[in-house]
Design a protein around this ligand. Structure first.
Ligand code: CUA
Length: 167
């Protein structure tokens, strides 16, 4: 079979780049430990969620994390959120962490861009500012069973202490 010279060059470029990319993939998988799962996500065993200090009594706590005023911990389970209600001072920078003890839930705060999937085994984290006073409804947007629509919680953003009570 006669193969044209340029055809040969073109074929070897194709084969060469395929090998190059496979080598890069192989090195990053074995050497750097990359996996298809996103890196940098904290894991937690769904059966031992309650053994974790943060989730034994979920709620609002002062944050030790740089750049945050508060940590807000939630435990999602069929079919409720804990805490069912929480007050957050206006203007605070909050790191939210949500875990589930059973199935996948969809943690969504209505009228905000807070929306994260909560998967068994993972700690879902989201940093946000609560600048506007008001009541924010937390819902579940991932079908999780018969009580799915009852899965709600309320975040009350209240004026900072010393401010007038009116908005
Ligand atoms: Cu939890 Cu739907």
């Amino acid at each position: 079979m006669k193969v044209h010279k340029f055809e040969k060059i073109w074929m070897s470029i194709g084969t060469g780049s395929l090998i190059l990319f496979l080598v890069i993939l192989g090195v990053s998988a074995v050497h750097a430990g990359h996996t298809p799962a996103a890196s940098g996500i904290e894991t937690i065993h769904p059966d031992y969620v309650r053994d974790d200090n943060r989730f034994s009594e979920p709620g609002l706590y002062e944050s030790s994390e740089e750049g945050y005023d508060y940590d807000l911990y939630y435990v999602a389970s069929a079919f409720r959120y804990e805490p069912a209600e929480v007050e957050v001072p206006q203007g605070s920078r909050v790191r939210m962490q949500v875990v589930t003890t059973d199935v996948v839930h969809g943690f969504q705060v209505v009228n905000t861009n807070i929306n994260m999937m909560v998967e068994p085994g993972l700690v879902s984290t989201y940093g946000t500012n609560f600048n506007t006073v008001g009541e924010y409804l937390v819902i579940c947007n991932e079908y999780c069973g018969v009580g799915h629509t009852d899965m709600t919680s309320v975040i009350k953003v209240v004026p900072e202490e010393g401010d007038a009570e009116d908005e």
